[in-house]
Each structure stands twice: as C-alpha cells, then as structure tokens.
Design a protein around this ligand. Structure first.
Ligand SMILES: [Zn+2]
Length: 359
C-alpha cells in the first residue's frame, strides 16, 4: 500500500469515556491519550503505530446523564470535552478550524494524528440554533448526528417509539443551519423516516457516520439499501462500524458490510466509522493498533484495487471533511469563539487560550 495513504475514522467515543472517568473519579488527574484513558481502545503510541491518521471524535453525553443534569451542566460537559481534545497534543489545525488538503498531508507526513469533532445527538443543542452556531465556532463541528438512541423534540430515533413521523419544522431548521455552516447532516441513529426527510431537505451531503447495512444484518440502527443509495446521491455515504451488534462478531462480518455497500453505491461512498470506545466491537479487535490491518489488509485480501482501498480507508471521508473550493458556506472563525453565544449559554472560556499554531 502507498505510504502516503491517509486513513480516517468517522466515529470514536473517547471524549465520552474521558468524561465518564472524570465523573466517576473526581479526585483523579485528568486522563489523556498519552497515558491512555482507562478502558480506552486508543492511546498515543498505538495511534502512531497503526491507527488511522484522522479521527472524528464525537462530543456526546448519554441521555441518562442529560436527564439528570441541567442544560447548563450538559453544556459544561460538552465544553469540557472540547477542552479535553484541545489539551491533547495532536493537530487540530490551530484551534478547530477549516483546513486544507495540504495541511492534512503535512500532518500525515509528519506523523501527526489529526483530531476533529462531531456532535452526537441533536438533543445536545437544547433546541437552540444559536447554541449550535456557537459550538461550531468553537469546535468546528464536522457533523451533527441528528439523534442518539432516543427521540429529540424534533426528530425520531431508530431505537425509540416513533413520535414525530420524521423531522419537525424545527428539525428542518436544524438541517438548514447545518447546511449553512458546512456541518454535515449525520443520520446514524435516526429513524428511516427522519433520515429520508433529512436527505430530501439537505442541500449538502448527508452521511451515516457509523451504521451497517440492514440487508446484511437486520437491526434498526443499520441502513436499508434505499437509504444507502440516497446518501450516495447527496455526495455523502456510509461509515461501516466495527461494532458487533451492527456488523456481527468478526472482521469477516465487517467486510461483508463494506462489500455490500460498495456493491450498492460503488467505492466512492463508503468509509469507516469504527465506533471505538463506544460500542462493543468484534473479538479480533484488540485496540486501535488493529485498525490498519482490519481495514487496509482486509480490503486488500478481498482484491480491492489500491485506488479503491485508499478511497474507502480515507479519501471518501476526507472529501467530505474538506469542503471543495467554491462551496458557499463560511468557515468558522476561531478568533471569535464565543461571538455567537447567546446570553443563556455564555460561560467562562478563560482556559481556552489556544494559539494559532498548527502542530
Ligand atoms: Zn453512536
């Protein structure tokens, strides 16, 4: 395989793991990737050994914790997760901002791990478009996963009792704002109808960041063939996970899902969204050191061309993470991180003194 290949993972839950650890161990020093967050499948040296070069880290808080906490506290946790990511020494392009292919290639050549963010679960925006805008200004949110395991007030989840029948009028406003800001709409976890409506409504590409194929394994979290085709038609695609519940308990099962999706929509709309540090993964997976072997060697064994492997292992998602030149949305300005925060969400950001250095 070409050494310059950029490998990308669309969905990892390490921030949540770090938050849980901090919640349960208030006296313990803050965990980090270098020493490893307890129970994490990620660690600096493992990432450097054979992990993906770029990872999109989900900002996420369980529904249970959101039930227990005030909205302010929930927002604090998300701020803490962003701060936690900033505290790791990896490249996030000088404060989570728009970046280009050259920078990404430089990071790859320099052996740097690139960290990006996504927001998992639309409930976390607290029905407040201004908050989503402000969060994007701070953390350059690459996509919004519309729901998690439960419905939001404006979108149905795949794993809850259907209530809205899809997206509400406010849900359409959320999708429109995502389009405006260049945040990809992510329909993993959403009900089929919600996903369908979001795809029709969205002016930008739509993805399922970590879902398998329902035709291979029948689970409401997996995408039916029609939906996978619709995602591809937006220019987006599907990120196949390593999660046993969605792809079965072996690497072979995972590869079957990749093959099925590629069979449906070709090699340009399939990528990897492992769900490391979130879901229980198949047995052969030890930790992130196995990522390259599972994905790249796995696809090579199936006789995929080098070109197609490069696409599935990274390029397809890179294309979506780095919007093409000429796209109309503005890229957020990290120099004014709290500009758009409404009063309700104003908070002390004094620790947030990240400079503009890239590495
Ligand atoms: Zn998830």
């Amino acid at each position: 395989m070409p050494q310059q290949m950029i490998t990308v993972d669309a969905h990892v839950d390490t921030c949540w793991l770090a938050t849980k650890f901090a919640e349960n161990n208030p006296e313990a020093p803050t965990s980090n990737l270098r020493q490893g967050v307890p129970d994490s499948e990620l660690r600096t040296e493992w990432l450097n050994e054979s992990g993906p070069n770029v990872i999109v880290y989900a900002l996420y808080l369980s529904d249970k914790l959101q039930d227990e906490l005030t909205d302010d506290k929930v927002a604090d946790h998300i701020s803490d997760q962003i701060a936690w990511l900033r505290d790791q020494i990896y490249v996030h392009f000088g404060g989570f901002r728009q970046f280009d292919m050259e920078e990404l290639q430089d990071a790859r050549n320099g052996g740097y791990h690139v960290m990006l963010t996504a927001l998992e679960g639309g409930r976390l925006i607290h029905d407040d478009l201004q908050y989503l805008r402000a969060l994007h200004n701070r953390a350059f949110i690459r996509y919004l996963t519309l729901t998690h395991n439960r419905n939001t007030t404006w979108a149905d989840s795949a794993t809850d009792v259907k209530y809205h029948g899809g997206l509400t009028a406010f849900g359409h406003e959320v999708v429109a704002l995502c389009n405006e800001l260049g945040i990809l709409v992510d329909v993993s976890h959403a009900s089929d109808l919600t996903a369908h409506e979001a795809i029709v409504a969205s002016r930008g590409p739509v993805i399922a960041s970590h879902s398998g194929c329902r035709a291979v394994l029948d689970h409401p979290r997996n995408a039916p063939d029609t939906l996978i085709k619709m995602l591809a038609s937006t220019g987006g695609g599907i990120g196949i996970p390593f999660a046993r519940r969605f792809v079965g308990d072996s690497v072979a099962g995972f590869l079957t899902h990749v093959q099925h999706a590629v069979g449906l929509v070709g090699p340009d709309h399939v990528f990897i969204g492992s769900d490391m540090d979130g879901a229980a993964l198949f047995d052969e997976f030890r930790d992130v050191r196995d990522w390259y072997h599972i994905v790249v060697d796995g696809l090579a064994k199936l006789k995929y061309s080098d070109e197609d492997i490069k696409k599935i292992a990274g390029e397809n998602l890179v294309r979506l993470l780095i919007p093409e030149t000429g796209r109309t949305h503005d890229s957020p300005n990290n120099d004014e991180p709290l500009e758009a925060l409404t009063e309700d969400w104003a908070e002390d950001d004094s620790e947030d003194s990240e400079g503009g250095d890239i590495f």
